[in-house]
Design a protein around this ligand. Structure first.
Ligand code: GTP
Ligand code: MG
Length: 387
């Protein structure tokens, strides 16, 4: 599998087996040197592999896959096609647009290993004006899943059953055929640091082989240019809730057109997607999920610490104020305060209103101005009568 967790890659590019961790690299280099540290432990690799296989057969694998993307791109149909062959039954439940986050569990067996897959369908965005609310629904779901693990970790008794589905391993990000839109980029920007993303070129039956190849290039370049991490190469997917007859006469999921038919397995990369999430990529997805969870946990603990510090500071300053008050009272501060208030009161009472003390001698009055003796001019006689 070609691992393309570019940007702040959490895993290193491996050789044939995909991504590898530094520790594995070190271990494998000492094996390749032919040096055997403990010869009596020869064959331990087979024993460990056997033990791991037995555990897998006994306990199985569980994982969660979430579908995200613009409205009407076939998310619900892909969920139904991915691990279920009961096409007709699913088609009835699918007719309407998805309005809320819906979880569905499927169980199947592969190579004697039981798999439990939780498929999370999300409402498509683009047909409501306020896309930020649609984005918020998706982002909050991913955060809430991590929060659940975080809370479970705090419990004294951690039941392994509660951890059957812990977090989301991968988001299948649906991109409309021919165009990677600004809204998609915005949501990708918010998601890529929280979860592994597989870009899905939806409704691939609407593109020619050449168009699919060049669109894959466009998507790759745009994601890399914007430093958006993605788990593997974009996959061109066709999905359907109808059955068509294949060349062998079997009823398979496909789409019938006036000019011919397409089969979702044969003519699209649906089976590649299945083997990436269930087979070749599963371990890498798990590791990526652990890394994303660690980041969440670190930030969550840091936020808690900051909150606690703020609370302690608030309590501390209140306490300090309280202690200072007690000391003030104990040292007769209240008496002093009362005296001070009393003297202020009496000053206010005795003062003449303009703030001066009544006992203070009054300043001498200014000499009275000499009175001017004015001759009174007789008032004009009022004429009476009519002119
Ligand atoms: N041409 C084509 N049509 C498809 C394909 N997959 C699904 N459809 C059709 O697209 C329509 C919408 O499919 P849904 O699966 O409901 O799409 P959705 O993304 O879940 O839609 P929302 O729930 O509204 O977000 C249906 O009529 C499907 O039959 C495909 O690969 N090619
Ligand atoms: Mg839907």
């Amino acid at each position: 599998m070609s691992d393309r967790m570019n940007g702040n890659a959490t895993v290193e590019q491996g050789g044939s087996g995909g991504a590898r961790w530094p520790l594995e690299k070190k271990a494998s280099s000492s094996v390749s040197s032919g040096k055997q540290d403990f010869p009596e432990l020869k064959g331990v690799r087979e024993q460990l592999a056997y033990r791991r296989t037995q555990d897998l057969i006994a306990y199985g694998e569980s994982l969660t896959i979430m579908c995200v993307g613009e409205s009407g791109l076939g998310k619900t149909t892909v969920i139904n096609n991915l691990f279920s062959r009961d096409i007709e039954k699913n088609a009835a439940a699918q007719a309407l647009p998805t309005m809320d986050i819906l979880e569905k569990e499927v169980s199947f067996e592969c190579d004697s290993i039981p798999f439990n897959v939780r498929l999370v369908d999300s409402p498509g965005y683009g047909d409501v004006l306020d896309v930020s609310r649609s984005f918020e629904t998706i982002v909050s779901y991913l955060d809430a899943e991590k929060e659940k693990i975080f809370q479970l970790e705090q419990h004294i008794n951690r039941s392994s059953k509660k951890f059957r589905f812990s977090g989301v391993e991968v988001v299948l990000f649906f991109i409309s055929p021919h165009r990677l839109k600004g809204l998609d980029m915005e949501l990708l920007r918010r998601l890529h640091s929280k979860v592994a993303i597989i870009p899905i070129l939806a409704k691939a039956d609407t593109m020619t082989v050449k168009e699919i190849e060049s669109f894959k290039d466009v998507v790759r370049q745009k994601l890399q240019a914007n430093k958006i991490k993605y788990f593997c190469d974009p996959l061109a997917i066709i999905s359907s809730s109808e059955l068509v007859q294949n060349d062998e006469g079997e009823a398979v999921a496909g789409r019938l057109y006036p000019w011919g038919k397409v089969e979702v397995e044969r003519h699209s990369e649906l089976s590649t997607l299945r083997s990436v999430v269930i087979g070749t990529g599963l371990e890498d997805l798990r590791r990526a999920k652990d890394t994303y969870y660690e980041t969440f946990r670190r930030e969550r603990l840091e936020a808690d610490r900051q909150n606690l510090l703020r609370k302690v500071w608030r309590v501390g300053s209140n306490l300090l104020l309280g202690i200072s008050l007690v000391i003030f009272v104990q040292q007769g501060g209240l008496g002093l305060l009362a005296d001070g208030l009393q003297s202020l009161n009496s000053k206010v009472r005795d003062s003449d209103g303009d703030g001066r003390d009544a006992k203070e001698p009054l300043p001498p009055l200014p000499p009275a101005p000499e009175e001017e003796i004015k001759e009174e001019t007789p008032a004009p006689k009022k004429k009476s009568g009519w002119f």
